[in-house]
Design a protein around this ligand. Structure first.
Ligand code: NAP
Length: 261
């Protein structure tokens, strides 16, 4: 447990941090923050998963109601800094955080994830968005493994000629799906061996993934490489100019600082 200097605490009230979460990095940071007596932190989740993993910090769940709702929440909860540790593809909430923090003059930092880099042996087709991923599958029927997240599935209804193996955490609604689908409900991490076994068993000939970065879901990339499988990779949205935190230590420094730079 990291204790603060009590005399300093009298002069400077504990920092009040909002941690925008929904990622393994946010979880790791919340575990470290739970041991900090100097920082009062609250985690925010969108509420996409019905049974989120337990969090050691006070947690609020659900959207704020756009920029205005977030701005109101920040004021009412007397938040004095924000860490955006959301997924690199969660563009809306990151934009909202930028706008609300700018309006209030609050320090905002992003706990960044390095995107995956193409390695020797990878057969990547990089595309800008999900529509590009659908087009990259081509006209001829294929057996595609989709690991793009439930909300991105409707795009593949435009290519009903393919047979899809879909893995996601929450069950999709039937109207979100293309016609030929086999569904696996599972939450990572997965091992490279298991990923290879699955791809072989299901005779997959193309993997479709976001370039989400991080280690938790990287095994599918390694498995596709080992099997010389074509991989359609959706590029992450281009980053914005706000402060980027390279690791958990930098995030803790930002959380603890009397006045984050
Ligand atoms: P998004 O498109 O950026 O956000 C859509 C709306 O969801 C936001 O406008 C906000 O609603 C609400 N929201 C998102 N994240 C929130 C959070 N941490 N706390 C409170 N409200 C939040 O986000 P998304 O892509 O749907 O992702 C939702 C969550 O899943 C995020 O926490 C993200 O880290 C996690 N996640 C996303 C992906 C992905 O591929 N996109 C993958 C893994 C995990 P209001 O406007 O009402 O505030």
């Amino acid at each position: 447990m990291t204790h603060c200097d009590e005399s300093a605490r009298d002069d400077h009230p504990a920092p009040r941090l909002l941690l925008l979460g929904g990622t393994s990095e946010a979880r790791a940071l919340s575990e470290r923050l739970a041991r900090e007596t100097c920082v009062e932190a609250v985690v925010s989740l969108a509420g996409r998963t019905r049974a989120p993993l337990a969090c050691p910090l006070p947690t609020r769940i659900g959207g704020f109601g756009g920029v205005e709702g977030l701005r109101r929440y920040l004021v009412e909860s007397r938040i004095d800094r924000v860490i955006d540790a959301t997924h690199p593809f969660a563009e809306r909430i990151s934009a909202n955080a930028r706008e609300a923090c700018a309006a209030l003059g609050l320090p905002l930092a992003v706990l960044a994830r390095e995107p995956w880099r193409r390695a020797p042996g990878d057969h990547w087709i990089e595309v800008a968005d999900m529509a590009g991923a659908v087009a990259a599958l081509g006209q001829s029927p294929r057996r595609a493994f989709l690991t793009v997240g439930r909300l991105s599935l409707p795009a593949f209804r435009a290519a009903p000629q393919h047979a899809y193996l879909i893995r996601c955490i929450e069950p999709p609604q039937p109207e979100e799906l293309p016609p030929s689908v086999e569904l696996i409900l599972a939450r990572g991490p997965f091992s490279c061996d298991d990923e290879m076994r699955l791809m072989r068993e299901k005779t997959i000939d193309v993997l479709v993934t976001k370039n989400s970065g991080g280690l938790l879901t990287y095994a599918k990339i390694e498995a596709a490489r080992a099997l010389s499988l074509e991989t359609v990779v959706v590029l992450p949205p281009s980053g914005q100019a706000e402060r980027r935190l390279e690791n958990l230590e930098a995030a803790l420094d930002f959380a603890r600082a009397k006045q984050p730079a």
